[in-house]
Design a protein around this ligand. Sequence first.
Ligand SMILES: Nc1nc2c(ncn2[C@@H]2O[C@H](COP(=O)(O)OP(=O)(O)OP(=O)(O)O)[C@@H](O)[C@H]2O)c(=O)[nH]1
Ligand SMILES: [Mg+2]
Length: 585
Amino acid sequence: MADRFLEITGTLTQREMKHGQMLDTMDLEQERGITIKLQPVRMNYRYKGQEYQLNLIDTPGHVDFSYEVSRSLAACEGAILVVDATQGIQAQTLANCYMAMENNLEIIPVLNKIDLPAANVEECAKEIENALGIPREEILCISAKDGTNVAKLLDMVVEKIPPPKAPGDSQETRALVFDSVYDPYKGIVAHVRLKQGSLKRGQKVRFLNTKAETEVMEVGCFKPKYMPLPEIFAGEVGYVVTGMKSVADASVGDTIWRHENWHLRDEMKPIPLPGYKKVIPFVFAGVFCIDGEDYPLLRDALDKLSLNDSALTFEPEHSGALGHGFRCGFLGLLHMDIVQERLEREYNLHLIVTAPSVSYEVLKNDGEVLLISNPSELPDIISVKEIREPFMKVEILAPKDYIGALMQMLQDRRGISRNVTYLDEKRVNLHYEVPMASIVVDFYDELKSISSGYASMSYEFLEYRAGDLVRLDILVNHEKLDALSIIIHRSEAFYHGGQVCKRLKNIIPRAQFEIPLQAAVGAKILARETIAAYRKDVTGYLYGGDVSRKNKLLDKQKKGKKRMKMFGKVEVPQQAFLAVLRKED
Ligand SMILES: Nc1nc2c(ncn2[C@@H]2O[C@H](COP(=O)(O)OP(=O)(O)OP(=O)(O)O)[C@@H](O)[C@H]2O)c(=O)[nH]1
Ligand SMILES: [Mg+2]
């Protein structure tokens, strides 16, 4: 749809439109056909003889990236809500629409893909009417493929979405930073929505939250590439080249401020614009290099990636088994996948990424609360009063035939049902509270396979909630392997422990003595596998005689093995760690 906008408004010429989805500028976005990062673009549109400037921000649809959506909404007056007429409303459609309503945006509902035979326009329109309370006659049916009604949509944008109420000739300038990126040529660039005043090169500005001060090096707009302008004004979306050294100084949600009487700035009490909730990652995984020598490269790559991805967090981690690496925090599994792929592709690294886990809040007996993202940080269990895990508010939209199977799945994953509502006669909306730990293990895949692909889901963070959580340790020959300890719900510890022991059994090589593999919670053993010993045939050279001679030799062998077992070291090959830790591909 954005491509059609760019064509109709002449923002890009036919020649410049080299491929589809022009606003998906990353290679990865193009390849996968999904939007990952928000992308602003400025277009000029003639309507009834008058020229209008339209500032569009294209946003991703996947739940992992809803932070991009929320930031964009705060910078806009209106939103075009696109529903695929072959799919109907998705869980994410609802979530995003409510977010737009909370921001008091004018919403233009659009049904897309009406060119396809599978499009079910009237049914989808009814869904929108029911679920969002938008009357049928306001819903515009378009085809972004053949262009039907797209120009009409632009007309509607001009008619319905109010122009920004923003004094451009104010003495004071305030601009909301809705994105902040690192550009190899320009340095740190803040993407801003000017709410008041204007900005141009050479002006001194202050970032109200970080208190950093700097001089504006360049301003401009998005076409969708950077296009320098002499000045940008209130109501507009543009960019500011800051000349700052670190993204932290120009962080997302901050306000760029300046005043005519700059010299009085310390006496003024400028009011920052309402910023954003900071996003906190809930999904964590260890990232290690296959070749340990690449570690500095990995650190470099993460540094650079996080410049343009404020949601990515990382801190050094050392694992006896995997060497030096980083514990990284992600917004969700897709985000994790994307980061891994970018690291491998753009930075040429070969990585081992461990299975994803979540962060936990630990309340200690002395009242201290720790936030830990790695089981090895868990303090001694005696000093722990309770462990809390993140719970998500989950909404699942699905045809009603699948309710039974979905509810079973949610129950198996410790979901708590809060409500069931009907979108229309055919589709239900299940409202659940589900621990994030259950969502990070194949939740989405199972949801899709149970519902033959028809269910969709969205989730948002609810709270950290205390639960019967334990640390599950893995013992090889009675020795604990720290790298394999995890925090887990007691009800799942037994199964998981058994699985890990089974997997290890197939990989750890046999020794001269028997090796027990155990999964334990505290002193309690939940599962055990045994790797049988090699037995050398010590009686082979005997030729007849009394059986006691044979037994004597076997006894001697047994004793020797017992000694070995006490002192023998079990070599756990790295493969074994990988088999347990590695994320399944
Ligand atoms: N037949 C048909 N296909 C369409 C139409 N609009 C989009 N598509 C196709 O649908 C697919 C997804 O289109 P995108 O524009 O990337 O969808 P999106 O909503 O931006 O997706 P995300 O940003 O990842 O959430 C592409 O393969 C498009 O070619 C349409 O009107 N008709
Ligand atoms: Mg897109």
